[in-house]
Design a protein around this ligand. Structure first.
Ligand code: NAD
Length: 412
């Protein structure tokens, strides 16, 4: 498998072709500012101690504190964490929120751990990085296999050590501990706002657009929900067990009800069963991959019929497939823009915590729209001017902003 860190640096090299960047600045951006490594000694339920390798990568903080999730997974590597922290810098920069990238990871298999073991691991992780995180230093959040409950343990451990409440040190917390209303909907809603802007600039007629959504978890469901509400037609939906298709359109809520009852979208009344591969190759206008990375590859890219793609998942298109899509004239809204609604509402959570002032859900939604629409407009402008794909346009914008901030601070 390719090394994600090498990929992130290669990607930066490609962006460098379009911007004014000297070698010294390039090197600074290619290497995270700090990578914390720790061996977490955790007491297991059988009374024995087990050691888990943990990482926290802090990429760049030219515009604000580091921000990024913590993943618990057996396949976590230092290089993966470093790459993800770099991509977080660009994502925050694309939407113009004042954070730099960060990311954390622990090599563990949470599926084989009890709740008590997970809690002790989460608390040990915070003790290992306590001096390096804080409202103005680095603000962790959930990622793969971590959730609001884990964030609650983590914030509690942090506050016990520093001796005072500091909810803004971690986002993605339960509402009762200062989590933001609207965080659940945020990623899908942000992607929906991107869709709306795309339809506007391309002057498309929304009621005639057919959409296929791969993945029906948090992001895929909320995207479908908001799209259906304003008359887009969701004709196909899938999850890990397979997909469903209905030419006259699916009702996202009814499909979710069915999934909750049966465990999958498959078998939804009045729909035709299709495979995940078939879903990607359907004759639709808009494809929204919202499940996994690397689903559109050199092997299936030629069969993609959609004219537009909204990348809700992280990294759903491989670089080779990206080139083919560009040649075919398919416009793909990159993940750093399309799924940035999540980190944006995490930023809102941090703002609310620090001000000790809490917003209503519709206020969160309105503020998210302002940020997403502005980001879309800015990326679109670069896309039109530079004649590159939307991903490169987003990167050009993001990297330039970070370089500018570094220069203004007197560093290169
Ligand atoms: P989730 O776990 O809630 O849902 C994932 C969905 O994908 C599930 O319906 C699952 O059945 C489906 N799936 C799994 N394997 C599949 C396969 N092989 N084929 C088709 N479907 C499959 O996850 P989520 O939070 O909705 O995240 C989805 C994607 O969006 C991920 O790439 C994630 O990194 C990205 N993302 C999510 C957020 C967020 O706030 N939730 C933010 C940014 C990016």
């Amino acid at each position: 498998m390719s090394n994600p860190y090498k990929n992130a640096v290669k990607q930066l090299r490609n962006v460098a072709k379009y911007i004014d960047i000297d070698e010294e600045t390039f090197k600074k951006l290619a290497v995270p500012k700090k990578v914390i490594k720790a061996d977490l000694k955790v007491k297991m339920d059988d009374g024995k101690y087990k050691v888990f390798k943990a990482f926290r990568s802090q990429h760049n903080n030219a515009v604000g504190p580091h921000k990024g999730g913590i993943r618990f997974h057996p396949d976590v590597t230092e290089d993966e964490v470093k790459a993800l922290s770099i991509w977080m810098t660009w994502k925050c920069s694309v939407v113009g929120i004042p954070y730099g990238g960060g990311k954390g990871g622990v090599i563990c298999n949470p599926k084989e751990m009890s709740e008590g073991e997970l809690e002790r691991l989460s608390r040990a992780y915070i003790r290992a990085i306590v001096d390096d995180i804080g409202v103005w230093k680095d603000v962790p959040a959930p990622d793969v296999n971590t959730n609001a409950k884990i964030m609650a343990w983590m914030v509690d451990e942090y506050e016990k050590i520093v001796g005072h409440p500091e909810p803004g040190v971690i986002t993605g917390k339960p509402i009762e501990l200062g989590g933001s209303l609207g965080r659940t909907e945020a990623t899908g809603l942000g992607a929906f706002y991107v869709l709306e802007q795309l339809v506007k600039v391309k002057k498309l007629k929304k009621s005639s657009l057919k959409i296929a959504v791969q993945g029906y978890g948090n992001a895929g469901y909320w995207f479908s929900y908001f799209a259906k509400k304003v008359d887009y037609k969701i004709v196909a939906i899938s999850d890990s067990r397979g997909g469903i298709y209905k030419v006259s359109g699916l009702d996202p809520d009814k499909v979710m009800e069915h999934k909750k009852k049966s465990g999958s979208v498959v078998g939804f009344e009045g729909s035709k069963e299709i495979s995940n591969e078939e879903l990607l190759e359907l004759n639709v206008d808009i494809l929204a991959p919202a499940a996994l990375e690397n689903v559109i590859t050199k092997d299936n890219v030629k069969k993609i019929k959609a004219k537009y793609i909204i990348e809700i998942a992280n990294g759903p298109i491989t670089p080779k497939a990206d080139e083919v899509l560009f040649e075919k004239g398919v416009i793909s809204m990159p993940d750093v823009l399309s799924n940035a609604g999540g980190v944006t509402v995490s930023y809102f959570e941090w703002l609310q915590n620090n001000a000790n002032d809490y917003w209503k859900k519709d206020e969160v939604f309105k503020k998210l729209k302002v940020i997403m629409d502005k980001a879309f407009g800015e990326v679109w402008k670069v896309y039109k001017k530079r004649k590159v794909n939307m991903r490169m346009a987003a990167y050009i914008l993001a990297v330039n902003r970070v370089i500018k901030a570094m220069q203004l601070k007197g560093g290169k």
